[in-house]
Write a protein that binds this ligand. Structure first.
Ligand code: UGA
Length: 448
């Protein structure tokens, strides 16, 4: 099928690339013309595992095209995926101006009926407003149908998640829209694709469920999923604080409670808390949406509060361990909001960096992918690709992101380079016993 994707950020680019790799003809557009030029030149503007590979193979198969001309993209597809940003406004609610702008463009430029699919994360009832805007701006002549098709892709494993989803949710108002979306996702549902992630055979996971709901339900499913996961993380973090006070070990506790299938072991990792451009903004948008209809989403406010306090708790640990922070050289390992991405938006590490710099520390940061982006925001810090260079002469190693390379660090070697053998671990990557045996002062979350 011919498809259009508006917005070439994390969501749009992955969606466009994967749909093209699944055999569709996809045209992608973005208001950032430089980004389109980059893509046309075969450059991938974001780091996402396997994305470069599938963009190259889709281009070779002539399944993916780029244009800075939104009208061209709009006219190309039978279905148009809206993947533009919905950033938070100062009051926490989602800024939907980009969606509104795209609706006006579609209404003005489309020359045939279109299925308009909202992929961006939006508050419930956006689909209804989108339908209203399309109809108003096209003066009722467009023949547009609207659907909500939320994405559940995790950054870092987005391509894998796209080809192996748990569920594909389509919120529609008419059965034809559901059928069109089922057709778009048929290669995924029937597993008829060459998997870019698993070269031999894909793991035997259960088949994706194709769920047809109302548009408002689909929009709610997305916000409710992300908020629930955020809630789980904050719960684990509150338990970690209790463990510290009462002498428990949070890893033992969360592992045991997670074995109950009603709870599940995932998203119970205590530490510096959640960041990124999804959880922090989605939880706020959900709270704000609830407030507009008179529902006080107290439980989510608490989850957000707990999460913000994680940075305070981390700084307390650093201050307690170092006594005086001013003038100390510290190695900050990990800048991205989580491993396997270069995304630093709302990354806990950046807030830690800011506070350390404000306190007068000499920060030597490293990250496998996010250095360039961080440098632009904090030119006052020193940056290293090699963690051992960051650790050399440092009075403390501060772990902020759970990158595999940091899990596998040679601490014996690092210890010899450091001015003081102190590790403050914001991601609970190491065994306290082993670190102690290596002669380190070791501080983590929720463990003795
Ligand atoms: C999240 C959701 O997991 C996706 O399903 C969703 O599609 C996406 O948001 C989105 O709305 O676009 P993502 O933001 O990529 O994906 O990252 P996660 O893997 O969910 O991690 C979020 C944050 O929580 C990270 O900072 C991570 O370090 C933290 N986290 C995660 C914990 O602190 N503890 C955990 O146990 C798990």
């Amino acid at each position: 099928m011919r498809l259009s994707v508006i917005g070439c950020g994390y969501v749009g680019l992955v969606t466009g690339a994967c749909l093209a790799e699944a055999g569709h003809q996809v045209m992608c557009t973005d208001i950032d013309a430089a980004r389109i030029d980059q893509l046309k030149a075969g450059k991938v503007p974001i780091y996402e595992a396997h994305l470069d590979k599938i963009l190259a193979s889709a281009a070779k198969a002539e399944n993916i095209f780029y244009t800075a001309d939104a009208a061209e993209a709009i006219r190309f597809g039978e279905a148009i995926f809206i993947c533009v940003g919905t950033p938070p406004r100062p009051d926490g609610s989602a800024d939907l101006s980009a969606i509104d702008h795209v609706a006006q463009q579609i209404a003005a430029e489309a020359r045939s009926p279109k299925l308009v699919v909202e992929k961006s994360t939006v508050p419930a009832r956006t689909g209804i407003e989108l339908q209203r805007a399309l109809s108003a701006y096209s003066r009722g002549n467009g023949g547009f149908r609207v659907a909500s098709n939320p994405e559940f892709l995790r950054e870092g494993t987005a391509v894998e998640d796209f080809f192996h989803p748990d569920r594909i949710v389509v919120g529609v108002e008419d059965p034809a829209a559901a059928e069109q979306l089922r057709e778009i996702y048929r290669p995924i549902l029937e597993r008829k694709f060459t998997c870019p992630v698993h070269p031999g055979k894909c793991p035997d996971t259960h088949k994706a469920e194709f769920l047809v709901t109302t548009i408002s339900s689909a929009e709610l499913i997305k916000h409710a999923s992300n908020s629930f996961l955020a809630l789980k993380i904050s719960y684990a973090n509150a338990v970690a604080d209790l463990c510290e006070k009462l002498g428990g070990n949070v890893e033992e506790v969360t592992h045991a409670i997670g074995l109950d299938p009603r709870i599940g072991t995932q998203f119970l990792k205590a530490g510096l808390g959640f960041g990124g451009f999804c959880f922090p903004k989605d939880i706020q948008a959900f709270i704000s949406l609830a407030a507009t209809v008179g529902v006080d989403f107290e439980i989510l406010k608490a989850a957000e509060r707990v999460n913000k306090q994680r940075i305070d708790r981390f700084m307390e640990k650093i201050n307690k361990a170092l006594w005086v922070v001013k003038g100390k050289r510290v190695a900050l390992l990990g800048l991205a909001f989580k491993a396997n991405t270069d995304d630093i938006r709302f990354a806990p590490a950046l807030e830690v960096m800011k506070r350390l710099l404000d306190e007068g520390a000499e920060v030597h940061a490293c990250d496998p992918e996010a250095l360039e982006k961080a440098k632009q925001q904090f030119p006052r810090a020193y940056y290293h690709q090699d963690p051992y260079q960051a650790l050399e002469g440092s009075h403390a190693a501060l772990i902020c992101t759970e990158w595999d390379v940091y899990k596998k660090l040679d601490w014996e070697r690092a210890g010899k380079l450091m001015a003081r053998k102190l590790v403050v671990d914001g991601r609970n990557l190491y065994s306290p016993g082993k670190m102690k045996a290596l002669g380190f002062e070791y501080v983590s979350f929720g463990r003795e």
